[in-house]
Design a protein around this ligand. Structure first.
Ligand SMILES: [Fe+2]
Ligand SMILES: [Fe+2]
Length: 146
């Protein structure tokens, strides 16, 4: 099956992104565990699980297209030194994901690649929800620190 090279590029970039955020959230989860912050530890573990599901969906789609699912560009982890810093780093990562899936979706629609469009639309909606959740958490944190 022929896939547009740019769609293959978006998929590969997406897989690298998802694997990077799994690493980020797992690191933050374990850090919170070390600090005795059980609720936050669970929160980041759940996030890591959701991002891992995203990676799985991308891998499945790449396999159906006959593409090798290699995440070649893992980003360095920036866990942060406190909750506000952690959530701010994560906000930037989620914003990056929204931009990536927005671009990828537009391109897949232009190519009339329906299966890729469906996947990118689903991932975009999830990442937008992650971004909103982080904004809520950051606002709550700022309110507490007043
Ligand atoms: Fe994701
Ligand atoms: Fe996300």
């Amino acid at each position: 099956m022929w896939t547009h090279p740019r769609i293959a590029g978006y998929l590969s970039q997406a897989l690298s992104h998802e694997m990077s955020v799994v690493q980020q959230y797992l690191t933050q989860s374990n850090l919170c565990g070390c600090w005795g912050m059980g609720v936050e530890c669970d929160h980041f573990r759940r996030e890591a699980g959701e991002e891992l599901e995203h990676a799985g969906k991308i891998i499945r789609h790449m396999l159906t297209l006959g593409l090798a699912p290699n995440a070649t560009q893992l980003q360095p982890v920036h866990p942060g030194r406190d909750m506000a810093e952690m959530l701010t780093f994560d906000w930037h990562l989620e914003e990056e994901a929204v931009r990536l899936y927005d671009d990828a979706l537009r391109y897949a629609q232009r190519c009339r690649d329906e299966a890729s469009s469906r996947l990118f639309a689903e991932l975009l909606a999830d990442e937008q929800a992650h971004l909103q959740e982080l904004e809520r958490m950051l606002a709550k944190l700022a309110e507490k620190e007043k």
